[in-house]
Design a protein around this ligand. Structure first.
Ligand SMILES: [Zn+2]
Ligand SMILES: [Zn+2]
Length: 460
């Protein structure tokens, strides 16, 4: 309740409680009719209604199509996406994921405008030896609910937190980080991740959110589909199964567009992906075959040496071990990768030179080994075009018929914040993304009086 108490003067507090009596139980979390109608459980945070300024703001629906490579839409004739790009803007040569081009790092880079080493999710699985020393859980993996829902792993101010703290309600139908309290906030409404959630029902929930009364209607909504990534891993980027997933997901975008149009609300629809997909070449490359990793903690390909002597030794052992990767002391990782500042990245750091599946260690003795998936990602998008992601957007704030050259996905954050009239964070970590990169796609060129009227400066 601290959020409500901070945003509304005491005089209005009782009114807020009255207004929400029908929506909230005493615990502040309950299933919402919108979700129940679709058979889903929506978690409802104890937030107040939209501020007057937030009510006047536009809406942004941000959709992620996991693993939807930049060239898929044209290659396979994803007509709804291509139409969206023609009506608004798109990146025909792709959008650049942050390194590593993995799911959680990039979703959270899109949400925070920060490179992975600045928001903290440096991989899908990584260790934090500082936490280990404090007796806390030291391993973050995307399948561990304890880690995923614990806000202390995350830095930065995700878009939903940025909005909520200015009195604008938000809702997340899945997004990495949306199940944790981050920067003191949670989305007003969100769901516990369940990849089996019916694809079409997800759109019904989004539509129901947008049909809520103006006081509770969320202005920033996320929606997520994993199908194309799953197919790309299992069958490879060129397989018929992956093409079928591309068409299925494109059909969902068509359904979503119709649902959004029916609301008659001023909604900017932004469809992105987190990364691309490439066919993996060869079997596992196991770093432990080239270097003695005794005393090292590991997570995926990440190496955490306990002593400087160990780190220097393993660096030397890996230096000329294989043409399939380059190894750097962390401080020497090329600057363009933005992967040299965070101890969670380990030391030394191994960077693949091609589509090779690299891991620190094989399975423990007695456990069967599995070959790498047919397709994968995580590689440097600057040297491997297959890693580039998709970007399509249209709506009342976006110019029509414009294309943009490849840009880093951290730049979406100030762009979306601008559409919602939200001021950017002024405390560290400051966003890495810049509004100037995409401001030419905005009808107001990124300079608007709306900045002043909807930043919540009129709130107490
Ligand atoms: Zn992904
Ligand atoms: Zn994937």
């Amino acid at each position: 309740m601290k959020v409500v108490a901070r945003k509304w003067p005491a005089m209005n507090f009782a009114l807020v409680l009255l207004a929400f009596a029908g929506l909230l139980n005493a615990g502040g979390q309950t299933a919402k009719p919108a979700g129940e109608a679709a058979g889903l459980t929506v978690i409802h945070s104890a937030h107040g209604p939209n501020s007057a300024a937030a009510e006047r703001a536009h809406y942004v629906v941000l959709v992620s199509l996991d693993g939807f490579r930049w060239d898929y839409a044209r290659r396979d004739g994803a007509t709804n996406l291509l139409k969206l790009g023609t009506e608004g803007v798109w990146a025909p040569d792709g959008m650049l994921p942050s390194y590593p081009s993995l799911t959680f790092p990039n979703h959270f880079s899109i949400a925070t405008g920060l490179y992975p080493e600045h928001h903290g999710l440096v991989a899908n699985s990584f260790r934090d030896e500082t936490r280990a020393a404090e007796g806390k859980l030291a391993l973050y993996t995307i399948r561990d609910g304890r880690a995923v829902t614990d806000g202390s792993w995350y830095s930065g101010v995700p878009l939903w937190s940025l909005a909520e703290r200015e009195g604008m309600r938000t809702a997340c139908l899945f997004w990495p980080g949306s199940e944790a309290e981050i920067a003191g906030e949670r989305p007003s409404e969100y769901l516990k991740f369940d990849d089996h959630t019916d694809e079409s029902a997800r759109i019904d929930v989004v539509a129901a959110w947008l049909q809520e009364p103006a006081a509770t209607r969320p202005h920033f909504i996320t929606l997520y589909y994993s199908d194309v990534d799953h197919a790309g891993h299992a069958f490879g980027p060129d397989a018929p199964e992956t093409r079928a997933a591309i068409h299925r997901v494109d059909g969902l975008i068509g359904k979503l567009e119709a649902a959004l149009a029916a609301t008659k609300l001023p909604i900017d629809l932004v469809v992105v992906s987190d990364h691309g997909m490439v066919k993996i070449d060869g079997p596992w490359v196991t770093l432990g075959d080239f270097a003695n990793l005794m005393g090292f903690e590991t997570a995926g390909p990440l190496l955490y040496g306990k002593t400087e002597a160990d780190r220097a030794r393993v660096y030397d052992e890996l230096k000329h071990a294989s043409e399939k990767f380059q190894v750097y002391r962390r401080k020497d990782v090329p600057a363009a990768l933005h992967y040299d500042e965070n101890a969670r990245e380990g030391d030394p750091v191994v960077v693949p030179t091609g589509p090779y599946a690299i891991r620190a260690r094989g399975p423990e003795a007695g456990h069967p080994d599995q070959p790498p998936t047919v397709g994968s990602h995580g590689f440097d998008p600057r040297t491997m075009a297959e890693m580039k992601a998709s970007f399509f957007a249209a709506g009342p704030d976006i110019v029509s018929g414009r294309t943009v050259a490849p840009f880093e996905n951290v730049n979406l954050y100030p762009w979306i914040a601008h559409m919602l009239g939200l001021a950017l964070p002024t405390a560290a970590p400051l966003p890495d993304g810049k509004l100037s990169i995409l401001s030419g796609t905005l009808r107001d060129n990124g300079v608007s009086s709306a900045d002043v009227s909807t930043t919540g400066k009129n709130l107490p």
